[in-house]
Each structure stands twice: as structure tokens, then as C-alpha cells.
Design a protein around this ligand. Sequence first.
Ligand SMILES: [Zn+2]
Ligand SMILES: [Zn+2]
Length: 153
Amino acid sequence: MTLRGSCLCGSIRYEVTGPLTGALNCHCSMCRKAHGAAFRSRARVAATDFRWTQGEDLIIWYESSPGNHRGFCRACGTALLSRFDFDRSAYGLPLGALDDDPGIKPQMHVFVASKAPWFEITDDLPQFDSFPPSGEPVADLRAGDGLESDAKA
Ligand SMILES: [Zn+2]
Ligand SMILES: [Zn+2]
């Protein structure tokens, strides 16, 4: 299975050749601002399963928390990937830039305590005020998942 993704202007393209895991919607204020949206849908991808196929030099990395780098296109602003100094084995992948169907869907809402007041969650997925409790199916969440504490919000 190969999944393709790209930014809005098409300058940057990537391929994912392994499974995406831990898909969720993050409502923290950093994700909301980074995406200009009610929440960020993201999954985890192993670093070895991800590669840029075009335009890697056009990415700007913004360190939104110490060690947490959000990569976006310098031309169109599309959020493309998060990488982590504390776990280089995995990346956080925003699902919105995918061009193909990953075959998975977000399974929970996290940082719901930081949710935008103008957005109402209308599905039945589990909701967590901050991080999901450990033992959730996405046990890898805290290492290399792109979730940040909202403390500086
Ligand atoms: Zn672009
Ligand atoms: Zn977030």
C-alpha cells in the first residue's frame, strides 16, 4: 500500500508505504491555530515508512513546543508533517494533506477541554479533556505522536 499526500500548491509531495496508526482529532489550541480549523486530524507513521518525493527543501519547520517541529509548505502553508526530537522513529501525519484514502478514521477526540467554543462535536467517538488515558488502543500516543500539552495556550 502506498499513500500519497501533497500540499495545496502541489510543490511538496510525499509517500507513505506503511500503516498509519493512532488516528485522532486533536482540539488543542496549537493544532487549531496551526490548521486554522476546529481541530487537527492526525495519525502516527513510522519514519521508515515515510519519504518526501518532491519539494522537501520548501518545508519550513516551526517548533511549536520544545522538540516538537511542525512542517508546512512555505508557499501555501499546508501542514504536512510533525517530527520530534524525543522520538525520531515516528512522525505525526496530518490526514488533511493526504490524496489517497488511508483506510482508517480518527477514533477519538483529545484536548477537548481546549475545544473551540464555536464547534460542537456531534459524533459518538470517545472524548478526552487532554491526553487519552494510557491503555487506549493508541498506546504509542505520547511517544512520537505530535500531541503537545496545551499549557502554553
Ligand atoms: Zn505548497
Ligand atoms: Zn493538538
